[in-house]
Design a protein around this ligand. Structure first.
Ligand SMILES: [Fe+2]
Length: 289
């Protein structure tokens, strides 16, 4: 039987008792989708998806997106990306560790990415965790004066154009003119009211914002750094160490995430192999009004 239990961390819930590859009812998928709006991220245990089953499951969360960095796509399943340290592309350190930096997926796309899911097919013995920061709680805990200052601010975004901390890796690089032109500069709010839950959270404060409208470059840097440092305190973070079969899902509108640390390239049969199937969505799930 489907079970959804809150984690003992800042956010997140653990889902068990269902095999989504075998099939699911509207009620079952709807309860899990509603749970992500409440808990902001979910880990669904013991799944063993095929490409087609994963696509069917993923499509329930919104419209699947083909990532702007086309070199990361799987050729016969272009909505999917393989994340890890075993593929030929992962020999390139810039790609392999390009998510070891705080970000929410798709903040730089006019129609923002909503849900991302990562299905673990191979998990390393050491390391490989994903960290998820709860941007609703972080927003709620901000000083009231700071809330007033940022509530109506908007920022300009472009992929990878924000400032990064010394312990962060740079995002996976844009390599072609086509990739560069796919998502021109767009404008997003710093505080977002969630379209389905109505919860307010910080939004798009890392990776892609480079200019807060009405603020100088120096003020922009100061505000974004202050918000990032506040929101990445350990009390707001859900840390997930994968087991094979896990599907970690997070709502990009209320969280940001990163790979906890950088990883080395290894052969696919080695104990530190990491391989995750990634799908992401935009828009509205068919079962949510
Ligand atoms: Fe990401």
């Amino acid at each position: 039987m489907l079970k959804i239990e809150p984690s003992n961390q800042s956010c997140g819930a653990i889902v068990s008792g269902i095999d989504f590859e075998k099939g699911f009812t509207d009620n079952e998928i709807k309860s899990v989708i509603e749970a992500i709006y409440e808990y902001k991220c979910l880990v669904i245990k013991k799944q063993n998806f095929t490409y087609s089953g994963y696509k069917k499951f993923g499509s329930e969360w919104g419209d699947l997106i083909k990532h702007m960095l086309d070199y990361l796509r799987v050729p016969d399943f272009p909505e999917m990306m393989i994340i890890g340290n075993t593929e030929k592309k992962d020999q390139d350190e810039a790609i392999r560790n390009g998510a070891s930096v705080w970000h929410s997926d798709g903040t730089y796309i006019p129609e923002s990415t909503t849900i991302t899911m990562l299905h673990a097919k191979k998990t390393p013995v050491s390391g490989g965790e994903t960290l998820v920061a709860d941007l609703v709680k972080a927003y709620e805990d901000l000083d009231e004066n700071l809330k007033k200052e940022i509530n109506d601010l908007e920022a300009l975004h472009f992929y990878g154009k924000a400032e990064f901390d010394d312990d962060e890796h740079l995002p996976a690089p844009i390599r072609t003119d086509k990739q560069e032109k796919t998502n021109p500069i767009c404008k997003k709010p710093i505080v977002l009211k969630h379209p389905f839950s109505g919860k307010k959270s910080l939004y798009g404060i890392t990776h892609s914002p480079f200019k807060i409208l009405g603020k100088t470059d120096s003020e922009t840097k100061t505000i974004l750094k202050k918000l990032k440092d506040f929101a990445t305190q350990s009390k707001y973070i859900f840390s997930h160490k994968y087991e094979v079969g896990d599907v970690l899902l997070f709502d990009n509108l209320t969280t940001m995430h990163r790979a906890k640390s950088e990883i080395d390239f290894v052969k696919e049969d080695e104990s530190n192999a990491r391989l995750l199937w990634r799908l992401s969505c935009k828009g509205k799930p068919r079962l949510i009004n």
